[in-house]
Design a protein around this ligand. Sequence first.
Ligand code: ZN
Length: 340
Amino acid sequence: MTPRILDPSNPSSKEQKTFAIFDGCESFSGLSKHCFMLLSEQRESWQELKDAYEALKTVKTRKIPLKDFSILLYFNPGRLISATAAVGKKDIQERPCFLCQHNLPPEQKWILYRKEYRILCNPRPVLQSHFTISHVEHRPQAIPDCFDTFLNLMSDLGPGWITLYNGPRCGASAPDHLHFQALPTGHMPVEQELNKDKKFLLVARIAGISVYIANDLGREMVVLKGDDPTSLIEAFSRVFDALKGAIQTDDEPMVNIAGFYDKRSWLVVLFPRQKHRPDVFYKEGDGRIIVSPGVVEMAGVLVTPMETDFERLDAATVESIYREVSLDNSILVNAVENMR
Ligand SMILES: [Zn+2]
């Protein structure tokens, strides 16, 4: 079935919030094309989104070359609210959920995705063409029950996209409302790192899926590669349980996830974490550095909403921030033992 697009020339569809409906499609070009069409419509009809994308053009960037990897530093004042958002349980309970339909901006339209999700233009984009894919119901952010959707989304969007997940305690701005993000590829340093075979060690084969860990890339990564979704779901579950065992938690282990799909194969990168924000985030006065690492940061784009931080962040500080928020290597080594 191909995506249905509602006729914008039909006056009755003017008030229509559902821009298109995607029920599953053999041809991957369909969903990708409709996401870009939605974005272009929303940039015309939604002033706040238009302004946010205009502001994105003025974002300053600089490359920070480190010993083992490199990071692109972004100065984006538009991310101040997200970067400093209170994400404690009480704070979340007390604020209206911005992903629930009744709280969406009146201008917002969406693609209804496989009956259960809405593909939305993110009104505070980090990079060009930034989408949020949120569940139609208000339910907690938890990956084990929706990893199949994550894989579907990757293959439905097709090559040229990166699909993202932030764990509820390490980057999700709405930990109470299940959501993913998607962006076109070409912006994240991790994409180049994944092409360097020497930087990844094969540590296990689970249900025919190859499992790798990163070797000297400044933060820990577990990479799953395979072409069968059922096997990927099984391997992911084993990796997830192994992390839980090594961290000794019954909760969802802190992870950010980035997924790529190309040549009928899925590549899923997990960034296991031990901390959401680094200690410098909580300092007072001049010592404070506002960075709040989520999946975009772990993939190599470090965003700060403060110009002073953009100017003063140096290689040593960036390196130590990544080490501090990433899972300790010795714990990951234990997890790998549990996977086998
Ligand atoms: Zn909600």
